[in-house]
Design a protein. Structure first.
Length: 150
């Protein structure tokens, strides 16, 4: 039985437009009803979550149920954004899945020390991406008990 009723909001922070498009296509192909919002760097991610800048008027952006975070982005990278998110009492309970190309042990260790919920590497094929989207969606929106975020 699904834990969430209706579509969830997923916020993807990734500066690679092709990766964002592939995630959107993988969600569509796998039949995921969730709303995917995209920001291009860590600064936009924080602005979105704090309803600042482009994300404040006329209506605040919907709070995400899950964040997909890339590590390598301009302006403010994923590591910096992660540090700020986990230090903010209003934002730290939002589940974060790092989705990146990095397999560096230092990156993985840093992210888990900072409190990410999962660390995944981007699959090399579209078929692999569709499978990843299905697994992530099933796990986070059907199996896991998530906190009520307000």
């Amino acid at each position: 039985m699904p834990k969430h009723k209706g579509p969830c909001t997923i916020l993807m922070a990734d500066d690679n437009a092709d990766d964002c498009l592939l995630i959107q296509e993988a969600m569509r192909e796998s039949g995921q009803p969730h709303l995917l919002r995209v920001v291009r760097d860590g600064q936009q991610l924080l602005d979105y979550l704090r309803n600042r800048g482009d994300f404040q008027q006329p209506q605040p952006a919907p709070r995400p149920d899950l964040i997909l975070l890339d590590l390598k982005m301009p302006r403010k990278d994923g590591r910096e954004a992660l540090s700020e998110l986990k230090a903010d009492p209003q934002l730290r309970s939002i589940p974060i899945v790092v989705l990146t190309t990095s397999t560096a042990r230092d990156d993985i260790s840093f992210c888990y020390r900072m409190g990410v919920n999962s660390y995944l590497t981007k699959p090399p094929t579209f078929r692999g991406l569709v499978e990843l989207v299905n697994v992530v969606s099933k796990y986070w929106f059907e199996l896991v008990e998530l906190p009520v975020l307000e």
